[in-house]
Design a protein around this ligand. Structure first.
Ligand code: Q46
Ligand code: ZN
Ligand code: ZN
Length: 305
């Protein structure tokens, strides 16, 4: 068996397109597909300053590596969320440090517990009714945006891959979360000069591919799952969707691309309904950031704990 494009031995078989690829051609393909997504969705260009949120995982570290390789102005940001169970945050940080040293890339760090007095584990001890991932999501989005504004970046990039996007889409459809479906896109445009543009350049790259990319590029990453992810519905949905993919190769990509094609047409109507229900955005009374309520989600969390 040979690579589709040269005589080298294949390292991977990409089933949907029935491609056997050697190491070099696989790496090239991941980079090409990412470049195409960046262009297709007009994510950024060489004039932009891109802050990449890194967690110590395969997706975000690979993304930082790749964008840097493609010549974009990028810098990583690691948020130490204070997840103390199984020393998860500390372990993740070790991988971020290793990456930074190995590839000579400086990475900003933000320590939630040091800055705000409480990390995710502390918050969860105080508020048993909170869902860890909801709190964590609000905190991460807020801090990323805040640091990017302070350091003069204009685009925020995250390592969400095809599997992340498809499982999120599946969950949103199962419960007909129209508001979320409206906003699920590889690009969210900047709002009112305060919420920066957010992009997901790996939206067409599967989880298996980001893992192989990281491995072949010599990127070491945290393999343990976050202790809170055991409850995460996303994993359950991912398992279902993997079974669908096994039976029908390429299903995930078609599902996601098909959704993006019809999204604008269908959800324009929903957008009107959504703003009618939710009301227009205001400014948070504490921090001044855009919010639908009097006080934004981030400030509310820290007010209560
Ligand atoms: S880190 Fe945070 Fe994830 Fe852990 S608490 Fe949930 S959202 S699972 S990507
Ligand atoms: Zn080849
Ligand atoms: Zn606020």
């Amino acid at each position: 068996m040979k690579c589709k494009f040269c005589s080298d031995k294949p390292v991977v078989h990409l089933k949907p397109s029935n491609l056997y690829l050697c190491e070099n051609h696989f790496l090239e393909r991941v980079e090409e597909v990412t470049k195409r997504a960046i262009k297709k969705f007009n994510m950024f260009d060489n004039k932009d300053r891109i802050l990449v949120a890194v967690s110590g995982g395969k997706d975000s570290l690979s993304l930082l590596y790749l964008l840097n390789k493609l010549g974009y102005y990028t810098r990583g940001l690691y948020i130490n969320l204070g997840i103390e169970e199984r020393e998860y945050s500390d372990e993740s940080f070790e991988y971020v440090k290793k990456f930074s040293e190995k590839f000579h890339m400086d990475i900003y760090t933000y320590n939630l517990k040091e800055e705000k007095g409480k990390g995710i584990t502390d918050i969860m001890k105080h508020r048993k009714n909170y869902k860890a991932c909801s709190v964590c999501g609000i905190v991460k989005r807020y801090i990323m945006n805040k640091i990017a504004l302070e350091k003069n970046f204009n685009v925020l990039a995250t390592g969400h891959n095809l599997d992340d996007e498809v499982s999120r889409l599946f969950g949103n459809i199962v419960f007909w979360q129209e508001g979320y479906l409206l906003h699920q896109n590889p690009v969210l445009e900047e709002e009112k000069n305060k919420l920066l543009k957010k992009v997901k350049p790996f939206c067409f790259i599967s989880e298996k591919q980001t893992a192989l990319y990281a491995y072949l590029r010599g990127i070491e990453y945290v393999r343990n799952e976050c202790p809170y992810s055991i409850d995460a519905k996303t994993i359950f949905y991912k398992n279902i969707l993997n079974r669908v993919e096994e039976n029908s190769s390429g299903a995930k990509l078609r599902f996601y691309k098909g959704f993006l094609d019809i999204q604008k047409k269908y959800f324009k109507k929903v957008h009107k309904k959504y703003t009618e229900i939710m009301g227009e955005e205001k400014e948070c009374k504490i921090c001044g950031m855009p919010t639908l309520k009097e006080i934004c989600g981030f400030c509310r969390i820290f007010e209560r704990v």
